[in-house]
Write a protein of this length. Structure first.
Length: 613
């Protein structure tokens, strides 16, 4: 008689999807991804770490960690070892954590780097990275501790109770995955998941169902409506796994953007096709609203006891907004506050108000982008009035969209080598050191230079000339200097028509044919998202180092290469540059952006070697 399959048998099949994207974590702008091979390897490495903790089959392991690729690998690693993972919200109080450890006889608490955690009466395992060395060769069969279909698969905990809110066996979870697969159909759509205060069996089954179909799962850091819609726009097809309260908030936001009438909403921006609803079912009016937008709705009817928090409709005060630890939520609420109180004020006054608040540069840009995207604000008129321009470019300060097309990549494959080897070989005289430090680097790579090292706007051409072909053909440029291309994007009255035509040709057809670029407009934040999008496509951003760029590099878990520059230029086509590549800085998961900034800044202050130009 054949034994019924368990979750362990299901996990063995994940390797068939190879290097397809499996699970990612999106922060403010950037996303770091694991493919299925890395997820499986991370699961085995988590099982290896758990094996060293000398636990026995059936022991409970409390996952006190935020949803992330590492969290999923730990969850699956527990299953592979025959252990019982207990899920708990990573923002739960330490008192609740201690109560849970005592009430469930937890044998191990797993937490991630950067989490403030006090000692509890239980062994602790701190996870900083689940990426073993390349020569690590695990024996999957030896790490596996067999489980039966009736064994407990996962327990779901809440901060307010010292006992599990729900328990699922291997058989229960496999049944739920099969049921969801029949309800949703096999699809390659991205499933994106805002933070859940209380993971439920339906929630976990939805994640595993997506992976079963070889489709990616994306954990996102915030459930702010603007953030959800931005993620939906970034995918070809997507599903949203969220609670009733989160969907209610998103519905209100969409209606408000449509001038206050739910019937005025004709379509949903982005690629969203399906809603997977956790907890309480949607109201009849909400169902009608989403179905009018063409959404398929799959609701959790079996786990209604796990009710999410009620929606708080009280408008927050400015002090309450600033106390929020979630940047996207804070930005959304601040934009609404400004719209209510400063919508008729000059843009300079709005900027001054933002600078008076305890916000970093990224948060200020995000608030300004939300404020200018409001239907009550004429963004073009506001920006024109601030800069003293009568009109602005119809391209709205964005790099050309065609450079992201497949045809553009083909064109760059033809034009870029000619430009780098022939034209730059003649007009840019380059000396370089540190090339050996670039050997074997993979994944997202940021090339970072100091603003003080830049004497004119085209040193990046010297960096591109110095790089080996495998890296040079994948460089993209973050254009952060406003004078560069400003006669195209800002219509400076003093520029001659021939000069404007030349710059416009470079902006629209010239530069994107050689390497793509993102325009980092100081008033808006879409340039940050574009840089992260290029990094996700396999390109290597070349940027001027700043706290904002440190945040982006941290979010995508990039390797940052400090680049020192020295030289002189007698014009665009007569340049002498010395390029020094510094020691690569590998950013680990859960790293602090402030530390990333200071670490790379140290590399950028390294002394230049003496090389004759």
């Amino acid at each position: 008689m054949t034994e019924s399959p368990t979750l362990q048998d299901w996990l063995s099949s994940l390797t068939r999807f190879g290097n397809k994207r499996a699970v990612g974590l999106r922060s403010n702008f950037g996303t770091r991804w694991w493919d299925f091979s890395r997820l499986y390897r991370g699961m085995l490495y988590a099982a290896h770490l758990l094996a060293e903790c000398k636990l026995k089959a059936g022991d409970r392991v409390l996952l006190y960690a935020p949803p992330s690729p590492e969290w999923l690998a730990l969850l699956l690693g527990c299953t592979w070892r025959g252990l019982v993972p207990v899920t708990l919200d990573s923002t739960a109080s330490l008192e609740g954590l201690a109560d849970m450890v005592r009430g469930l006889s937890v044998r191990l608490v797993v937490f991630t780097a950067g989490q403030p955690i006090e000692a509890v009466n239980c062994p602790l395992l701190r996870i900083q990275n689940l990426d073993p060395s390349a020569d690590w060769n695990p024996d999957a069969a030896q790490l596996r501790v067999p489980a039966s279909i009736d064994d407990t698969g996962i327990e779901f905990a809440e901060d307010s109770a010292p006992r599990p809110a729900a328990t699922s066996s291997h058989k229960d979870l496999l049944k739920q995955i099969l049921t969801l697969e029949r309800s949703t159909g096999s699809t390659s759509a991205l499933t994106f998941v805002p933070p859940s205060p209380h993971p439920t069996p339906f929630w976990v089954a939805a994640l595993l169902c997506s992976l079963q179909a070889g489709a990616p799962v994306l954990f996102i850091r915030s459930d702010a409506p603007y953030h959800l819609l931005r993620v939906a726009r970034s995918a070809a097809k997507s599903k949203l796994l969220a609670s009733n309260a989160q969907l209610h908030s998103l519905e209100q936001f969409i209606v408000k953007q449509a001038s206050g009438s739910s019937h005025a909403v004709r379509r949903l921006p982005g690629s969203l096709q399906m809603l997977l609803v956790c907890g309480r079912p949607l109201s009849e009016s909400s169902i009608q609203f989403w179905e009018r937008l063409g959404m398929r709705i799959v609701q959790c009817g079996d786990f209604s006891a796990l009710v999410g928090k009620e929606v708080d409709t009280r408008p927050p005060s400015l002090d309450e907004i600033l106390q929020s630890g979630d940047s996207p939520v804070k930005a959304t609420q601040l934009a609404a506050y400004i719209e209510c109180n400063l919508s008729f004020a000059p843009l300079a006054d709005v900027r001054q108000f933002l600078r008076s608040l305890p916000l970093d540069s990224i948060e200020q840009a995000e608030v300004m982008a939300l404020f200018l995207s409001s239907p009550a604000i004429d963004a073009e008129a506001a920006l024109n009035a601030e800069d003293g321009f009568e009109s602005r470019s119809r391209w709205k300060h964005r790099a050309p969209a065609w450079q992201r097309l497949h045809a553009a990549a083909v064109l760059r494959g033809i034009v870029s080598p000619i430009f780098r080897r022939l034209i730059l070989g003649v007009v840019a005289r380059v000396r370089v050191t540190g090339l050996d430090r670039l050997d074997g680097l993979k994944g997202p790579i940021f090339f970072a230079s100091r603003r003080s090292d830049r004497r004119h706007p085209v040193e990046f051409l010297g960096v591109v000339r110095a790089l080996p072909p495998r890296l040079a053909r994948r460089v993209m440029v973050g254009v952060s200097d406003r004078p560069f291309l400003e006669s195209h994007f800002y219509r400076r009255p003093g520029d001659s028509l021939p000069y404007r035509l030349l710059i416009s040709w470079v902006a629209i057809f010239g530069l994107p044919s050689v390497m793509p670029y993102a325009l980092l407009e100081s008033a808006l934040s879409h340039g940050f998202a574009e840089i992260c999008d290029w990094a996700a496509r396999g390109y290597h951003p070349l940027v001027t180092w700043s706290p904002a760029m440190a945040l982006l590099a941290t979010e995508v878990q990039a390797t940052v290469i400090p680049v020192r520059l020295r030289g002189r230029s007698r014009g665009w086509w007569n340049t002498e540059v010395f390029v020094q590549f510094g020691i690569p800085r590998q950013i680990l998961p859960f790293a602090d952006p402030g530390f990333t900034y200071l670490d790379v800044e140290t590399g950028l202050r390294a002394p230049l070697q003496e090389v004759a130009l």
